[in-house]
Design a protein around this ligand. Structure first.
Ligand code: RIB
Length: 309
């Protein structure tokens, strides 16, 4: 098997998705009109998004010794993701994510991370052979901070580019995680939790990005939903807009963006960042127009050729 150019060290969840007219209020019971079970978890979603675009990928993760875990391993196999470093633990169940999606495509997610939190720094260190031969290592916030930091520092040791998607938001994020990120990527609400800046406009996003840059990451991307994304490096900010569409289901759109970005960093490294971000926004925009998370991620064959030039 060819060396994986993209390695994702992160989470696997089984998504339990209820489609409802609107999101419930606290204490309220409402009728939903559809239910589906899908493959999720921000890490695995990003890995699958990159794979669908043609990336050779490896996942470093932990599932439980249960049917959800077995199904997940099969899902990776079907999608041709290398699973040499996907462990199985008896100590916890495979992660699950009950999700509600309303008629406007907006969602609410609870994660019960389970087995994801059993992945240790030693498990990550075991994957040094694939990390050192990759181009990009991608992490998120659904496994322990220790394991995430180990992955980022190991990648840095081997001069492999690091992308940290700090989702879900964590106000107590280890500062070393930010320092070891070449690209630190968050959405508006995650940026607010980390910086205290309420992000309601591109100007707000710039203020938040300045604060994040001052903590030592190489660059910052703040995704802005339908408004695209802000890219910031010291002294320079660029707003990249996205096409306006009517979303069906926004779940996992940020993961489609990060997975696509990892693909471009690994396979089209000479593209300007602005172009990589623009193309990644286009892929995320495709994903919000179909239901589900991984089920909505497009394959290379279904996308315009210009995205791969
Ligand atoms: O970002 C979407 C993902 O968040 C879902 O797939 C769910 O599993 C949670 O990890």
């Amino acid at each position: 098997m060819a060396a994986s150019k993209v390695v994702v060290v992160g989470s696997c969840m089984t998504d339990l998705v209820s489609y409802t007219p609107r999101l419930p209020k606290p204490g309220e019971t409402i009728h939903g009109h559809k239910f589906s079970i899908g493959f999720g978890g921000k890490g695995a979603n990003q890995c699958i998004a990159a794979t669908r675009l043609g990336a050779a990928t490896s996942m470093v993760a932990m599932v439980g010794e249960d049917s959800f875990g077995q199904n997940y391993l099969e899902n990776f196999k079907v999608n041709k993701v290398d699973t040499k470093y996907v462990g199985i633990t008896k100590e916890a169940a495979t992660g699950v994510a009950p999700i509600a999606v309303d008629d406007s495509g907006e969602n609410c997610i609870i994660i019960v991370a389970g087995a994801n939190l059993k992945m240790t720094s030693s498990n990550v260190l075991e994957a040094e052979d694939i990390i050192k031969n990759s181009c990009v290592v991608v992490c998120q916030g659904e496994i322990t901070m220790e394991a995430t930091l180990t992955a980022l520092t190991l990648a840095r040791k081997h001069k492999v580019k690091t992308v940290m998607n700090a989702a879900p938001a964590n106000a107590d994020l280890d500062p070393e995680i930010i320092k070891n990120s070449d690209i630190f990527c968050v959405n508006e609400s995650e940026a607010e939790v980390l910086t205290g800046v309420e992000v309601k406009s591109v100007a707000d996003a710039q203020s938040a990005a300045v604060k994040l840059l001052s903590r030592g990451c190489g660059s910052v991307i703040i995704t802005l939903g339908g408004e695209g994304a802000l890219y910031s490096i010291q002294g320079h900010h660029e707003h990249i807009s996205a096409e306006k569409v009517t979303p069906v289901d926004t779940t996992g759109a940020g993961n489609a963006f990060v997975g696509a970005l990892a693909y471009y960093l690994a396979y089209h490294p000479s593209l300007p960042m602005r172009e990589m971000i623009q193309r990644s926004c286009r892929i995320a925009t495709v994903s919000v127009q179909s239901p589900g998370t991984q089920s909505s991620y497009p394959k290379k064959e279904s996308l315009p050729m210009e995205l791969f030039a």
